[in-house]
Design a protein around this ligand. Structure first.
Ligand SMILES: Cc1ncc(COP(=O)(O)O)c(C=O)c1O
Length: 378
């Protein structure tokens, strides 16, 4: 099948996307996507969304710059700031918009942007939209050779310029964690800012699921984060969080003044899920446990993985066609859905990406390991 035809070839979901999902009418164990905490379709979120829908209907509100605001979105920002333990938070209509909104708000006419070579397209898009000069730094250079990263900044930053470093907290396909503390050091040295898209880290890293800041213990007023409610938090919508002086810039940015800030039922669902998680850490603890168990089992099969406690395990074992065949066969023969992806960070053969969720059982994980064994022990 051609790659173009593959893009047109998809199975249809028949219910919420969790560890068990209906695909083309059949029950399948799902390792694709990002429902890390298994909260999609959670009753507290559905009830909150239904109530908001009944009260406000489906229509979105206009931008706040016109002097009106929806109280659910304002509450979302307060609850998000509490959830993330930051001074402030600000919402965006989609996770994809969080990075362009934050990056444009944090960029001045003397900013030089340093964007990870392997990051989500929304960061690249946001950086390009500023019209300011952009450098692409080598992915993981901050882990492998921090001095080389510093030299790169020294060689490229012009007099009078300030750097803005932009990266994913967890890279969505590779599942590794960015060396954020290294960038905080560089931001301190060069009077810069660090922006982290924590879409894949929120709900996953840290005892409270706060993401890379909690994982590394970062407490710096030079760092601002963005994320989406569409992954671990099971809904839809973007969020920016960090020190008030950054969030205030996002609030008054041209993008925020020219767009509505989100779907009200989804905002209500996100509030309910964050409150739920602040009261009950069991989904986070279960996810951490599943990550440990699955990564150990996969390594015992000979797969080498970076030592990061992320939900995502990615590997290549053959050609593009081998990987595509594995994805097809596991679905047809074992009722297992996993992703073969050639998104940014993969070579031409692509990568097999497996995401473990909090609602996977030991039986699910054993079943997957048995299905993978013939491919990986060749
Ligand atoms: C790192 C990152 N940022 C932003 C997004 C966009 O989020 P959403 O799909 O909720 O708009 C994604 C989605 O894949 C992502 O992986």
């Amino acid at each position: 099948m051609s790659k173009a035809a593959e893009l047109e070839d998809f199975a249809l979901y028949g219910g919420p996307v969790k560890a068990e999902v209906i695909l083309d009418g059949k029950e399948v164990v799902n390792y694709g996507g990002c429902s890390y905490l298994g909260l999609t379709g959670h009753p507290v979120a559905e009830a909150a969304a239904t109530k908001a829908l009944e009260q406000y209907g489906l229509a979105a509100s206009i931008a706040r710059a016109y002097g009106v605001a929806n109280p659910v979105l304002l509450e979302l920002e307060q609850v998000a700031a509490r959830f993330f333990g930051t001074e402030a938070a600000f919402c965006a209509a989609a996770g994809y918009l969080a990075s362009p909104l934050a990056i444009s708000a944090l960029t001045d006419t003397n900013t030089r942007l340093y964007v990870d070579q392997v990051c989500h397209h929304s960061l690249v898009f946001g950086a390009q939209a500023t019209g300011q000069p952009i450098e692409r730094y080598t992915h993981n250079l901050g882990w492998d050779d921090p001095e080389a990263l510093r030299d790169f900044v020294l060689q490229t930053l012009r007099p009078g310029e300030k750097p803005l470093f932009a990266m994913d907290g967890i890279t969505g396909l590779l599942g590794d964690i960015s060396p954020v503390p290294e960038f905080v050091r560089l931001a301190d040295e060069f009077d810069g800012i660090v922006y982290v898209d924590d879409a894949h880290a929120v709900g996953v890293l840290g005892d409270n699921g706060r993401g890379t800041a909690e994982y590394f213990g970062i407490d710096s007023d030079r760092v601002c984060f963005g994320a989406t409610f569409s992954k671990a938090l099971g809904g839809l919508g973007g969020v920016i969080f960090g020190p008030e002086h950054f969030v205030a810039r996002a609030r008054s940015s041209a993008m925020a003044r020219g767009s509505n800030l989100g779907s009200i039922p989804h905002a209500a669902a996100a509030i309910a899920l964050m409150e739920h998680l602040m009261a009950d850490k069991a989904p986070i603890q279960k996810l951490h446990r599943n990550i440990r168990v699955f990564k150990t089992l996969l390594q015992e099969l000979g797969v080498s993985l970076p030592a990061f406690p992320t939900s995502i395990s990615s590997f290549a074992f053959g050609s593009y066609d081998d990987h595509a065949a594995m994805q097809r066969n596991l679905l047809q023969d074992h009722g297992i859905f996993l992703c073969h992806s050639n998104y940014t960070g993969a070579g031409p053969e692509g990568l097999i990406r497996i995401a473990v969720f909090a609602d996977h059982s030991d039986d699910h994980l054993d079943h997957l390991i048995r299905a993978l064994t013939p491919y990986l022990s060749k």
